[in-house]
Design a protein around this ligand. Structure first.
Ligand SMILES: [Zn+2]
Ligand SMILES: [Zn+2]
Length: 159
């Protein structure tokens, strides 16, 4: 086992940390469709906070509707710049924040071209990532650091 300080954060090779993979490593066709988009959720919440929960259409009370002169959710486009959650998450109804389900299969955050697996029953080995992902691990054959990854059936085989 080894421990290193990775850009100011301690990584212990025996304690799994967050694993980082590229979105093109994921077999999205086998991924559950119950993803949560934090950006879209926020936009919908903003609309209903202004318009009242009953009104799912254009509202003069919603600044986003007024700005676009139409129902704001209609021109909301979910693209890769949005942060999406996949896997088993639990919503804390008091705080409105999501946390991983310790009984779940995996919990993953997708943004742009990167997926971060913050918890999983599946663990693999790799090496610490570039400083953009402090304290997190990228997978490789020669790696010595444990990190969470997706179940094998959701990943393209590594050559
Ligand atoms: Zn609106
Ligand atoms: Zn979205």
């Amino acid at each position: 086992m080894s421990k290193i300080i990775h850009y100011g954060k301690l990584i212990d090779s025996d304690v799994p940390t967050t694993g980082v993979i590229n979105t093109n490593e994921v077999m999205w066709e086998f991924m559950d469709n119950d993803e949560i988009c934090l950006v879209c959720d926020e936009a919908i919440k903003e609309h209903s906070d202004h318009a009242g929960n009953e009104d799912f259409g254009y509202s003069d009370d919603c600044p986003n509707c007024k700005e676009g002169d139409s129902y704001c959710i209609d021109y909301l486009e979910c693209d890769s710049s949005h942060t999406r959650l996949h896997g088993d998450w639990i919503l804390d109804t008091n705080t409105g924040l999501y946390d991983y389900d310790p009984q779940g299969e995996f919990t993953m955050i997708e943004n742009e071209s990167t997926c971060q697996i913050i918890f999983s029953k599946t663990i693999a080995k790799g090496n610490p990532c570039s400083p953009c992902f402090v304290g997190q691990v990228e997978f490789s054959k020669d790696g010595d650091f444990k990190a969470y990854t997706l179940p094998e059936e959701l990943l393209y085989k590594r050559e």
